[in-house]
Each structure stands twice: as structure tokens, then as C-alpha cells.
Design a protein around this ligand. Structure first.
Ligand code: MIG
Length: 821
């Protein structure tokens, strides 16, 4: 805790330093002296020898790369970017003495030559976003003192005009509200247990944000992994700015105007989330302190006896022998394979935590061999992970060649240089120590990376990473560490079990993480304050390319209570990652710990989650395919509705479900904003006209939940775990709109293998329309090669008033018409 405080003061000090620093005093780039044209854009050379490259990647995507005082370096490498090869988009160039303009079919990049100001305009000439000052760098070293590594630099900065009514979204994982206007942030991955609103930075860095002004959105991805800063009009009335303590100005500008379109492009550039196994959407249970194996079995037994659905139990650091990663404690878990098989028969999968800290353990005298792998439980004499990594020179070293020895759970430890391809491959293969024993997924913790010696990173300042041959230091690599560790983990699982989809969860990350890992929001508190951050954090992560998010249900640190836990489930039962987790000395909080009253309510929501799996999976597949997240702020679906721009105590799942959870104790009624359109109360089917606030009863057993008129919500049978029985029957709940129509495009696949990437899925469109005396339902011929086998499909009209009879048919994969009267 003391360490935390020191860290806090230190970081606050530097943030205050930079905010107080007027970035307008930095040296501005010179005016444009000349330019050359290439196939994809122009390179501008400035009066101070700086160069700026404007590259058209697509009609709505332009990259701006700047090098101060010298030409653009030939090295062009980013760990975040997935797609580098873009087909040439149509663009034209118009120049005169005063300006240079690149026009694509959607966007104009208009550069004023003197002073050097970049404007982004839409095709009508309207300015969407413009520099407030020319790009700048700290040529004189004015900011050296506040920099993490003064030898890194120089500080680089971009400033943009602040719109009078401009809103800002995204920026990854921040302990902040949805709209980031009037806030400023720092990105420096940090282990921040017990963080509260305003604590900054926390675990992750995603330097991507979306600006929204008068309904039109744009995006900016500042691909710079150094400690970076984003000030959204906090220190100035006219400008927002972003900058970093080194590296290049290298940013991507995304033209909307739709946010969904921006997310599509952003995730095309940095990669999309592959589909996790379907069971990852199941209920998960964890606690630091689940040992020995008998206790894990007891947890599962309780779940089953109490008729609470469960798919996964997580093993925290206690399963290892003396915190040695890739080992098992022989007393606590004498036969992990027998355990995973036993749990497997009850439908429960095991996920193990894996930290980056490898125990620093040179072989002791008399150890038989440093190369042969001792049984996992005999690592006291010679620890194979340390031996192999040392021999192959995979561990991080300081500039002077010494091994870097941080202190984490095993005591003195070493970290892998995950920028080395061979080291990543080795790390991946080490996971055999889990997959051989039936472990189903991997949980990456502590990868900021956390170091008990010093959480600011100063102890690591001279640690060098290979970084694709650049041999760069911690200042550049810290924020990348979690990304690359998760990548090594993901690629390892993929290689070890090519027939299965990998499932990885990480705490730290950089942009692009969604290609490899899901995430959770770290060490929250069991408080209402902490709970109220769930919605803005999940939605902001979704607006930053990460759809698979969640938070420790009930909160991690401290003592919760039944009411808090129940309200927490009323949010998380519809979050992609739904896992109850607790700190080692925290009061127990499995769903039954506060008595039957709460347990019964929690059961109702967990069961509903499982019934909603067809809907959730369909929505998750949309995120995989388009980058548009499952867990959404209302503004993502209602971008023109200014009532939604600040709304972060409500959320939507996909386009169709709207929830307004209770975030305070003792509250049983709340105001709910319903956007324009018709909405059905999920619990009563009562219809409401939107475009207004309504007041809704919300006793503890009820979370206000609404369905968009026009939706069809596919639901499955009650399940104790995924795969317990086939998704049969499938019930299509039809909520007709004012015209009497509703539709859904429903997605299915085998839920386990990567075959969906080769077309082994099924996509079925269902349309309902009201006709005289009833409804006609049309089931399209499905797309894709996946064959789920015959099952029952039920169609239920959920309109209030007249009761229609549900109709059930046997699905044989052909186009059908059903009549409901
Ligand atoms: O220093 O592994 O966020 O979920 O239970 C604490 C023990 C390390 C932090 C993780 C938390 C986990 C805990 N870990």
C-alpha cells in the first residue's frame, strides 16, 4: 500500500508537471518547403529539415508520420498494427504556394504550408479536425525533468482545436467516465490495486480516441508506446493535445462520420478479436486462495448442488510450487490431470494464472542436469524454465549486460524479452505444462510489468529489449510488455492445440491486444463507487477495439455484501467476461455467501445469461467480424441523440437490449432514458415510447431491462454449463415494431474449433411481419457450412395485449415460412 502511495505521488507529480507545462513553448515544425509525391501519398520537407509523410491507406484512413529535423527513417515497425498492406485508394493532389491538399473519396487532408497546420475536412469542405498549433517537439529539453527517461526523448506533441461541443471517447482502460472531455490522462501501464475513479494511469495503454462533434465522429490512433499524454481540453479552452516522451509523431486519422465505421477500420488496422470458445461466455468463478484441489472440487460441488450454472474455475498463484510458473505444487495439486478430468465430467474447465516473473534460480549444487526437465514438482533443485531461458538468452538484461532481476511473487525473478520471436515461441511451448494436464485457458497477470522493487518502472529504466533489432529501452517497451506476453501465450496455445480456440485473459495491454487476449479490469474494490465504474470502463474499452471485457463480479478488495454482489451480477451477467473473483484476505463472495435471498436472485440472472447465450454469441460474432463491441454505450447506437453523449449508468447489448442497473445501495427505483423508438419492458412486455426518461421500479430482484421494438431475441434452453445439452429448443422472442415487423440474423458454429474461419458457421435470417389475424415468420436459407443437426425452433410474439400461440417447428436447414395466429 505504501508503495502504491509513492507511485501515486510520483505519477501525479509528473502529470501535474506536464499539464503545467505549456506545450506551445515546444519547438514547432518548420513550414513546408517542398514535397514529393508517391503512389500512396506525399512526403513534405520542411524549412527545418523535418519531414512529414501523409499516406492514404483508405478513403477514410490517413497516416501522418513526422520526423523532426531529419528525414523519415526507413525503419517502420509497430507491434500494434496488423494490416500494413493496403490496396491503393483513389486520391488526388492539389497544390499551390499556400497549401497542399490530398483528396480521397471521403476525406480531404488540407495542409497550410506556413505555419504548418493540418486540417481534415469532409467532402463538403467542412473541417472535422484541425491542428491548433503546428506539430512540435522538445528541441531544447524543457520537459526533460519530468520525463521517465530523459535520455529517451525528445517529447513530441500534437495539438488540435477543441470543438465547443466536442466529446471524446475511448482511450482504452481508464478509471474514468464515458465522455473524456475536460479530462487528461497518462498512459504508463501500472499495477494499481484498489484504484478508484480518477486514478491514472492504470493497467493498459490504448492511445486511440474518438471525437464526436455535432453528430459526426472521427478517430485518432497515436501509435506511440512511450509514456503518452492526452489532454481533452482540461488545461486549455481552445486546444486538446496529445504527446509522448519519445518516438515519432505517428498517428492515424479515421473519418467517420459513423463510430461503427471507425471501429471497423481501427480493428482492421490493429486486428480483430478472434472468437473465443463459447464456454468463455459461461459463468466463471475465482478467488485468490482456491487450494488444495479439494477446495476447488468443493466450489464446483456447491455450484452444482445449488443449481447455479458454472463453466470455469480459475486457479490463482497458489497452484504453483513456490510461485514458479509452469509448475504445480505437489501437495496442493498432486494430480492436476485427474482433477481437470473430474471437473471436466461436471462441465467445468480450469484456467491457470501465469505471471511474467520467472524465479531467478541458478541450479543448486548436485542438481543432476540443468537441461533435462525434472518432474514439475521437483523444481527446487533445478528450475527448467530458468535454466532454458538463461541458456538461450531469452531474459531481459540491463544495458551493461547484467540480467535484470525484479522482485515479484517468487522473490528475485527474471522477465522474458517477449520482443524476441524465439523467446515468444519458447514461452508459448512452455504452456505444455498446462495443456498436458487439461487446463483450458490462461490468465496473464502482473504484466505491466509489476515489480515490487519499484512500481514506477525506474528500476527497469536501463532494461533493453531487442524490439525487432532496435535494442530499445524500457521507456519504449513498458507499455508493450503485456501485449507481447499475451501474444506469446496465444500463439503457444494455438500451436499446442491447433484444434481448439485459444482463450487468454490479460491485465496489461497495448493497442492491438484484441488479436490475442481478452481482458479484465484488475483490482477493483468491493464498493458501490467501484461498481459504478463498470459501465463506463466496459463501454470505453469496447470503443477502443476490445470487445471481450469484464470486471471481478462483486469487486476484488475488501468486504462486499449481498446487495452489492447482486447488483454487480445485474451488470456482469451481460458482460462478455463474467467472473466473480476475490483477493486472498477478502470476505468470501461466491453467490451463496450472503444467504439464500441473494443467491436466489443471482441464480435467476446466471440462468438468464445462459438462456441468452445464442443472442450473446451472435452479438460477439458481430464484434469479431466488425469490431463493434457487444457491451455498448447508448451513444454508439444513437450517435445523433445528444441525450446519450454522457450516459454511462445505462448500457446496451448489441442493438437490442438496454439495461439500466442500480448502482447505489437501498435504491429500488430509477430514471431510465429510452432513445427514440418503441421499447418493451423485458419483464412485463409493457411497451414504452422512447425519446424520453421514464421512472422504473427496480427492487433488488429486478434490473430494468428493455428490448428494442423490431428485435428478435434468440434464446436457448436452461443450462448448467455450455455443451451440457444441444441448444434445443431455440426460442425466438419476437418484439414487433410500430409497423409490425422484427428481424434477426442469427449466428452459430461449433463453439470450440477454429473451423468457423473456413466457413463452418451458420447464419440464418429470420423476419417476422404482422398480417391480418397474426404474423408471418420467414426463415431464410442459412449461410455457411456448419450443420447443427435437427432441433426445434419456437417462435413467440412478445407483444402485449392479444396472446398469440407459440409455434414450434423442426429445423432441417431449409428456408421456411411459419404462420402465427
Ligand atoms: O499482486 O495473483 O489482479 O486478480 O488475484 C497481486 C494474485 C497479484 C493481482 C490480480 C488479482 C490476483 C492477484 N494478483
Amino acid at each position: 500500500m505504501k508503495k502504491c502511495l509513492t507511485l501515486l505521488c510520483c505519477l501525479l507529480g509528473s502529470v501535474a508537471g506536464i499539464a503545467a507545462q505549456d506545450i506551445t513553448t515546444l519547438q514547432k515544425i518548420g513550414s513546408v518547403a517542398s514535397f514529393t509525391r508517391s503512389e500512396k501519398g506525399v512526403t513534405l520537407t520542411c524549412s527545418d529539415n523535418s519531414q512529414v509523410q501523409l499516406t492514404v491507406l483508405a478513403a477514410d484512413l490517413v497516416r501522418i508520420r513526422t520526423s523532426f529535423g531529419k528525414g523519415i527513417p526507413s525503419r517502420d515497425h509497430s507491434w500494434a498494427i496488423e494490416k500494413t498492406d493496403w490496396p491503393t485508394a483513389r486520391w488526388s493532389l492539389l497544390t499551390n504556394d499556400a497549401s497542399i491538399s490530398l483528396k480521397t473519396d471521403e476525406l480531404e487532408v488540407f495542409v497550410h504550408r506556413n505555419p504548418f497546420i493540418i486540417e481534415f475536412r469532409d467532402v463538403t469542405g467542412r473541417i472535422i479536425n484541425a491542428d491548433e498549433q503546428p506539430m512540435a517537439h522538445d528541441a531544447k529539453g524543457l520537459l526533460k525533468e519530468m520525463m521517465f527517461d530523459p535520455a529517451a526523448g525528445p517529447f513530441v506533441a500534437v495539438s488540435k482545436r477543441l470543438g465547443f461541443d466536442e466529446h471524446f471517447y475511448g482511450l482504452g482502460e481508464k478509471a474514468a467516465r464515458l465522455d473524456k472531455r475536460r479530462s487528461s490522462f497518462v498512459n504508463w501501464n501500472s499495477d494499481t490495486p484498489g484504484y478508484t475513479e480518477g486514478k491514472d494511469p492504470i493497467y493498459q495503454t490504448v492511445p486511440f480516441y474518438i471525437g464526436l462533434d455535432r453528430g459526426a465522429a472521427y478517430g485518432i490512433f497515436f501509435d506511440n508506446s512511450y509514456r503518452s499524454y492526452f489532454d481533452f481540453g482540461k488545461s486549455s479552452q481552445q486546444r486538446i493535445w496529445f504527446g509522448a516522451e519519445g518516438g515519432e509523431i505517428d498517428y492515424y486519422f479515421f473519418h467517420g462520420p459513423s463510430i461503427k465505421k471507425i471501429l471497423g477500420r481501427y480493428t482492421e488496422l490493429t486486428g480483430r478479436m478472434p472468437l473465443p470458445p463459447l464456454w468463455a461466455l459461461g459463468n466463471q468463478q475465482s478467488r485468490w486462495g482456491y487450494y488444495p484441489d479439494k477446495m476447488v472440487e468443493e466450489v464446483v460441488k456447491q455450484y452444482r448442488e445449488r443449481d447455479l450454472p458454472l463453466d470455469v474455475v480459475h486457479l490463482d498463484i497458489d497452484y504453483m510450487q513456490a510461485y514458479r510458473v509452469f509448475t504445480w505444487d505437489p501437495k496442493r495439486f498432486p494430480d492436476p490431470k485427474v482433477m481437470t478430468e473430474k471437473l471436466g465430467r461436471q462441465g467445468v474447465k480450469i484456467i491457470t494464472i501465469v505471471d511474467p516473473g520467472i524465479k531467478h534460480q541458478p541450479p543448486s549444487a548436485g542438481a543432476s542436469s540443468t537441461t533435462s526437465r525434472l518432474p514439475l514438482e521437483l523444481q527446487d533443485r533445478s528450475y527448467y524454465v530458468f535454466d532454458e531461458g538463461l541458456k538461450n538468452n531469452y531474459f531481459q538484461r540491463r544495458k551493461n549486460g547484467d540480467l535484470f532481476v525484479p522482485r515479484v511473487w517468487p522473490g528475485e525473478s527474471v522477465f522474458v524479452d517477449y520482443t524476441l520471436p524465439a523467446a515468444r515461441q519458447w514461452w508459448g511451448e512452455l504452456h505444455r505444462a498446462y495443456t498436458d494436464f487439461g487446463v483450458a485457458g490462461i490468465w496473464n497477470d502482473m504484466n505491466e510489468p509489476s515489480d515490487f522493487v519499484d512500481q514506477t518502472g525506474k528500476n527497469q529504466i536501463d532494461v533493453v529489449s531487442n524490439d525487432a533489432g532496435a535494442n530499445s529501452t524500457h521507456a519504449k517497451n513498458r507499455n508493450l510488455f503485456g501485449l507481447l506476453m499475451s501474444r506469446a501465450t496465444y500463439e503457444g496455445l494455438q500451436k499446442l492445440q491447433p484444434e481448439k480456440r485459444p482463450y487468454v485473459i490479460t491485465r496489461a495491454a497495448y493497442a492491438g491486444i484484441q488479436r490475442y487476449s481478452t481482458m479484465w479490469t484488475g483490482d477493483t474494490n468491493s464498493t458501490w463507487e467501484s461498481l459504478s465504474l463498470n459501465i463506463p470502463m466496459f463501454t470505453s474499452l469496447g470503443l477502443s477495439g476490445q470487445p471481450f471485457v469484464g470486471s471481478d463480479v462483486g469487486g476484488f478488495i475488501g468486504r462486499g455484501n449481498g446487495e452489492l454482489l447482486t447488483r454487480s451480477y445485474q451488470i456482469s451477467f451481460l458482460a462478455p467476461f463474467c467472473r466473480n473473483h476475490k483477493v486472498i484476505d477478502g470476505y468470501d463472495q461466491e453467490p451463496w455467501r450472503f444467504g439464500k435471498h441473494y443467491e436466489d436472485i443471482i441464480r435467476k440472472y446466471l440462468k438468464l445469461r445462459y438462456q441468452l447465450l445464442p443472442f450473446l454469441y451472435t452479438t460477439l460474432e458481430e464484434a469479431h467480424r466488425t469490431g463493434v463491441p457487444l457491451f455498448r454505450p447508448l451513444m454508439l447506437n444513437y450517435q445523433d441523440d445528444t441525450n446519450t453523449y454522457n450516459l454511462d449508468d445505462q448500457f446496451m447489448v448489441g442493438n437490442d437490449l438496454l439495461l439500466a442497473p442500480i448502482l447505489k445501495p437501498d435504491v429500488t427505483r430509477r430514471l431510465v432514458y429510452l432513445p427514440k423508438g418503441t421499447w418493451y419492458d423485458y419483464w412485463t412486455n409493457k411497451k414504452h415510447e422512447g425519446g424520453t426518461m421514464i421512472s422504473v421500479e427496480a427492487p433488488l430482484e429486478t434490473v430494468p431491462m428493455f428490448v428494442r421494438a423490431g428485435a428478435i431475441i434468440p434464446m436457448g434452453p436452461e443450462l448448467n454449463y455450455v455443451g451440457e445439452r444441444p441448444m434445443d429448443p431455440l426460442t425466438f422472442n419476437i418484439y414487433p415494431d410500430e409497423r409490425g415487423i422484427a428481424s434477426v440474423t442469427f449466428y452459430e458454429d461449433d463453439g470450440l474449433s477454429p473451423a468457423y474461419k473456413q466457413g463452418a458457421f451458420r447464419r440464418t435470417t429470420i423476419n417476422a411481419e404482422s398480417v391480418a389475424g397474426g404474423y408471418n415468420v420467414t426463415i431464410s436459407k442459412p449461410e455457411g457450412s456448419f450443420r447443427p443437426g435437427p432441433r426445434k425452433l419456437s417462435f413467440v410474439i412478445r407483444a402485449p395485449g392479444r396472446a398469440y400461440k407459440a409455434v414450434t417447428i423442426t429445423d432441417d436447414g431449409s428456408a421456411r415460412k411459419v404462420r402465427i395466429s
